[in-house]
Design a protein around this ligand. Structure first.
Ligand code: DL6
Length: 827
C-alpha cells in the first residue's frame, strides 16, 4: 500500500498548501505575498514542506525511542546532498499538490526549485554515496543517523579564466539561510584539544587529560525523508563555537586581537571543507576537524544509549558505527578513552566493546590517499589519544609476534606507527584493527584491498573479517527526480506505481521485453532527445553556447585526477579532430556527429589536473571554431560541476566515459547513474564497471584497455625499459606533437602534462590509447544503427536493479550492523 503523507497527518489539499506557504511568507519571512520574488517564494515553500517533514521526523524519533532498537550511525566527513526541495516533495508524494498550489500563488515550482543552492559538503563519490545511503536508510525504515560537519563553506565554486585556468571562489551556501536545518542549541558538547595527559595507574589504566582548549560542538539537524514512508531520519551536523564568547581579561587589557583569537580559532574548525579527494596533507586544522566531529558524535551516541538505562557492556547490541573511510578513525581511541577514563572499564573489556561497535569502509587503494598523521602533531593536539594508540599498538604487535614469531618486517608493516622523520600514525591500520568488519565498495576493489593494502591483516585476522558491499545510488534522485519523463514511461509501461518499483528496482527487468516493441523504443528515444534539448537549453542560458542536439552526447563528469584519465579522453578528442581534418567533405558527411562534455573540479593544489582543464578548454576553443569540423565534433567544459548539474547532464547522455587505469577506481557511482538513465558506458575493466557489465550484458558495454593484473608489469617496463611514445603508439605521439607544436596555444604551457605521458606514464595512457580509440570507433558504429542502440539503452536500464542504494544499505544492515527496519505507523 502506498502511504500518502499530508499536511498534518490528514489529507493535504491545495488550500492547505497555499495557506501554509502564505503563512510562512508573512510570519517566518516577514514579507508580503503580493511583493515577493522567486527566492522568497522558494523559502516559504521550503518551510511549508519542512513542516510536513517535521511532523514525520518527530514521530519517527519518538517511535525509535519507544522501540529502542539497535541503531546505526554513519560517520562521514562529507555529505554531498545537493538540493532538497524537489527530493522532499517526491519522497513525501506531494509534488503535484505543491506544483498546483505554487501556481495558484502566481509562481512556477520549476523556477522555485532553481533558487535553491546545492548543499555541497563533499568532494565527490564518497560524499555523494553518503547522501544516497541516507535516502535509502530512511526509505527502508532503518534506524540510521548520519553524523558530519556543518561547514560554513562547502566545496569551492569553480570559475574558468579566459586562459582556461581553474579559479576557486568560496561557496557561501548558507548566506540565504538554509530552511532545511534545525539549530539545536540545547544539544551541545565540549571538545578538548591540546593540554596534558597524566596516567593515573600502571599499565593501560586511566589517565587524566586536562588543560588545553575547549571548544563547543553545537548540533544542527537535517531531516531525511524516506520515500513513501513516514520514516524520516536525521543527519546531525556539528558546528564549532568558542566555549566562552571571548577572553574578557585580554579585552579589558586592550589586547583586542588576543581576545578574539581563541574564539576565532574555535569557529575556524568547521569553517571549510578540505577540497582534496584522494590526497592527505597532514594539516592541523583537518586533524582538529576529525577529532571535533568524532568526539561530539560519540558523546551524542553514548548519551542516547545511556537514556535506555542499559549497562555499558550492551553497547554493541544497541549501536553500530560505520566509519566512512579512515576520516573518523579517531573514534576508536576516543571510545577507548571514554570507556577507560570516564567509565572506568578495564582495557580488555573496553577493547572488546570497541571492536564490536565499529565497521570500516575503505574507498580507495591509491597510496597517496591513505591517511597518516605525524606523531608530534597528534601528541600535541591529542596527547591522551596518542597514549591510547601506543597502547593498542603494543598489545596488537605482541599478538602478531605470537602468530608470526620473528617476522620483523611484518611487524613493521602492521604497526600503527610508521617509522621515519617524523613518525606517522597509520589510520587505515588503526581502523582495521579497531573494527569488527571491513569492506571495499565493489568486488574487484574489495579483492584488491584484501590482497594489497590490508593483506597482512587478512593473514592475521582471517578473511571472514573482510567483505564487499558494492556501492549503490538512490533511484529516487537519480531517475525519478532527474528524469521525470522516463520515470513516467516506466510506470505506465510496467503498470506498476513508481512508489513500488522505486523501492524494488529489480522490477525494471520487466522492461526488457518492451525493447522489442517499436512504439516503446520510439518513446524511449524521444525522451532521451528531450533530455538532450533540456541540457542544450541549460547550456545556452547559462553559458551562451548553442549545442548540436542531433549529435551523440558523450559525457565525462568526475573529479579531475590522473588516475581517472580525463587526459586519455581529451587526447582521444584531439585524435578525432585530426582525423576529421584529414578527411574530404564527402568523407566527413559519413561521420557520426558528436558533442563531448567534460565537467569536474581539480583540487586547488593539483597542478597537473588543473593543466588538464586548461587543455580541454583550449582544445574546445579551437575545434568549436573550426568551420570544417564543427558540425561533426564539438567540445564543452562545463564549469562548477555539482549535483544539480549532474542531474541535467546524466539523463542527456548517450555514452559516458569511465576510463580509469584498471585497478584504480574503487567503484565509481556515476557509471551507475548513467546506465540507470539509459546511457551506455565506454570503460575499462575496473571498479563497478565490471559488475554493471555482468548485469546488463557485456554486449551493452564498450570495454577496452589492459586488465588489473597487467598494470604492475607495464609500470615496471615504463620505469626500467622505457619505449618512446613514437614507437609505442604513433597515433598518440602525433597527438602529443600537435599539442607541443602549439595547435591549442602555447605548447610549452602543456609540457608538464604531456611529459607525464612521455616520461614514466604511470597511468598507462600510452598502453591503452589504441584500444581506447578502437572502442570509440565501435561506439560510433553501434550508434549508426539507432534501433539497436535504443534496444541496448532499454536493456541497460532494465538490468540496473542491483545498483539501487537500497540493496547496498540492506547489505550493510543485514551483513554488518544486524539492524532491523522499524517502520513508523505500522504497529
Ligand atoms: O565509494 C565511493 C567512491 C567510489 O565510487 C570511487 O571509486 C572512489 O574513488 C571514492 N573514493 C574517494 C576517496 N576518498 N577517500 N579517502 O573519494 O569513493
Amino acid at each position: 500500500t502506498v502511504w500518502k503523507t499530508n499536511m498534518r497527518g490528514v489529507d493535504a489539499d491545495i488550500g492547505d498548501i497555499t495557506k501554509s506557504v502564505v503563512n510562512h511568507v508573512q510570519t517566518s519571512l516577514a514579507r508580503q505575498a503580493y511583493n515577493l520574488d522567486n527566492l522568497g517564494a522558494y523559502q516559504a515553500a521550503a518551510l511549508s514542506v519542512r513542516d510536513n517533514m517535521l511532523v514525520n521526523w518527530n514521530e519517527t524519533q519518538l517511535h525509535y525511542t519507544r522501540k529502542a532498537p539497535k541503531r546505526a550511525y554513519y560517520l562521514s566527513l562529507e555529505f554531498l546532498m545537493g538540493r532538497t526541495l524537489d527530493n522532499a516533495l517526491l519522497n513525501l508524494d506531494l509534488k503535484s499538490q505543491y506544483k498546483d498550489g505554487i501556481n495558484q500563488l502566481g509562481f512556477s515550482l520549476e523556477d522555485l526549485l532553481e533558487e535553491e543552492r546545492d548543499a555541497a559538503l563533499g568532494n565527490g563519490g564518497l560524499g555523494r554515496l553518503a547522501a544516497c545511503y541516507l535516502d535509502s536508510s530512511a526509505s527502508q525504515d532503518l534506524p540510521v543517523w548520519g553524523y558530519g560537519l556543518r561547514y560554513k563553506y562547502g566545496i569551492f565554486q569553480q570559475l574558468i579564466s579566459p586562459e582556461g585556468n581553474q579559479l576557486e571562489a568560496p561557496d557561501p551556501w548558507l548566506d540565504n539561510q538554509n530552511p532545511w536545518e534545525l539549530p539545536r542549541i540545547d544539544v551541545n558538547y565540549e571538545v578538548r584539544f591540546y593540554g596534558q595527559s597524566e596516567r593515573l595507574s600502571e599499565g593501560h589504566g586511566r589517565a587524566l587529560w586536562t588543560g588545553g582548549q575547549e571548544v563547543l560542538a553545537v548540533a544542527y539537524d537535517v531531516m531525511i525523508p524516506g520515500c513513501h514512508t513516514r520514516n524520516t531520519n536525521n543527519l546531525r551536523l556539528w558546528e564549532s563555537k568558542p566555549k566562552r564568547g571571548f577572553d574578557l581579561n585580554s579585552f579589558n587589557a586592550g589586547n583586542y586581537e588576543g581576545a578574539v583569537e581563541s574564539s576565532n580559532s574555535a569557529a575556524a574548525i568547521t569553517s571549510v571543507l578540505y577540497p582534496n579527494d584522494h590526497t592527505t596533507f597532514g594539516k592541523e586544522l583537518r586533524l582538529k576537524q576529525q577529532y571535533f566531529w568524532t568526539a561530539a558524535s560519540l558523546a551524542d551516541i553514548i548519551r542516547r544509549f545511556k537514556n535506555l538505562g542499559k549497562s555499558i557492556n550492551e553497547f554493541p547490541d544497541y549501536v553500530a558505527i560505520q566509519l566512512n573511510d579512515t576520516h573518523p578513525t579517531l573514534a576508536i581511541p576516543e571510545l577507548m578513552r571514554i570507556l577507560i577514563d570516564e567509565e572506568d572499564l578495564d582495557w580488555n573489556f573496553a577493547w572488546q566493546i570497541v571492536t564490536n561497535v565499529f565497521f570500516f569502509t575503505n574507498h580507495t587503494v591509491l597510496p597517496e590517499a591513505l591517511e597518516k598523521w605525524p606523531v608530534p602533531l597528534m601528541e600535541h593536539i591529542l596527547p591522551r589519544h596518542m597514549q591510547i594508540i601506543y597502547d593498542i599498538n603494543m598489545i596488537f604487535l605482541q599478538a602478531v609476534e605470537k602468530k608470526f614469531p620473528g617476522d620483523r618486517e611484518r611487524l613493521a608493516r602492521m604497526s600503527l606507527i610508521e617509522e621515519g622523520f617524523p613518525k606517522q600514525v597509520r589510520m587505515a591500520n588503526l581502523a582495521c584493527i579497531g573494527s569488527r568488519r571491513i569492506n571495499g565498495v565493489a568486488e574487484l576493489h574489495s579483492q584488491l584491498v584484501q590482497t594489497t593494502i590490508l593483506k597482512d591483516f587478512v593473514e592475521f585476522f582471517g578473511v571472514s573479517k573482510f567483505g564487499n558491499v558494492t556501492n549503490g545510488i538512490t533511484p529516487r534522485r537519480w531517475l525519478d527526480q532527474c528524469n521525470p519523463e522516463l520515470s513516467k514511461l516506466i510506470s505506465s509501461t510496467l503498470k506498476i506505481d513508481k512508489s513500488v518499483w522505486l523501492k524494488d528496482l529489480y522490477k525494471l527487468k520487466g522492461l526488457v521485453k518492451y525493447a522489442e516493441e517499436k512504439g516503446f523504443r520510439a518513446e524511449w528515444a524521444a525522451i532521451k532527445q528531450r533530455n538532450k534539448e533540456r541540457l542544450a537549453h541549460h547550456i545556452e542560458t547559462t553559458l551562451g553556447f548553442t549545442v548540436n542536439t542531433n549529435a551523440m552526447f558523450d559525457v565525462q563528469i568526475k573529479r579531475l585526477h590522473e588516475y581517472k584519465r580525463q587526459t586519455l579522453n581529451i587526447l582521444g578528442v584531439i585524435h578525432r579532430y585530426l582525423e576529421l581534418k584529414a578527411m574530404t567533405p564527402a568523407q566527413r558527411k559519413k561521420v557520426n556527429p558528436k558533442v563531448v562534455f567534460f565537467a569536474g573540479k581539480a583540487a586547488p593544489a593539483y597542478y597537473i589536473a588543473k593543466l588538464t582543464i586548461r587543455l580541454i578548454v583550449n582544445v574546445a576553443r579551437v575545434i568549436n571554431a573550426d568551420p570544417e569540423t564543427k558540425d561533426y565534433l564539438s567540445l564543452y567544459f562545463l564549469p562548477d560541476y555539482s549535483v544539480s548539474l549532474a542531474e541535467v547532464l546524466i539523463p542527456a547522455s548517450d555514452i559516458s566515459q569511465h576510463i580509469s587505469t584498471a585497478g584504480t577506481e574503487a567503484s565509481g557511482t556515476s557509471n551507475m547513474k548513467f546506465c540507470l538513465n539509459g546511457g551506455l558506458l565506454v570503460g575499462t575493466v575496473d571498479g563497478a564497471n565490471i559488475e554493471i557489465a555482468e548485469e546488463v550484458g557485456e554486449e551493452n558495454v564498450f570495454f577496452f584497455g589492459h586488465l588489473t593484473p597487467a598494470v604492475e608489469d607495464l609500470r615496471y617496463q615504463h620505469m626500467y625499459h622505457p619505449v618512446p611514445v613514437d614507437e609505442a603508439c604513433p597515433a598518440l605521439a602525433n597527438v602529443l606533437n600537435q599539442i607541443s607544436g602549439g595547435l591549442f596555444g602555447d605548447g610549452g604551457v602543456y609540457e608538464p602534462l604531456v611529459n607525464t605521458i612521455r616520461q614514466g606514464d604511470y597511468y598507462l595512457v600510452t598502453d591503452d590509447f589504441d584500444s581506447y580509440i578502437r572502442a570509440l570507433a565501435m561506439v560510433d558504429e553501434a550508434y549508426l544503427d539507432r534501433d539497436e542502440w535504443v534496444k541496448k539503452s532499454i536493456c541497460t536500464t532494465a538490468n540496473m536493479g542491483k545498483f539501487s542504494s537500497d540493496r547496498a544499505i540492506m547489505d550493510y544492515a543485514q551483513e554488518y550492523w544486524n539492524l532491523e527496519p522499524i517502520p513508523v505507523g505500522k504497529d
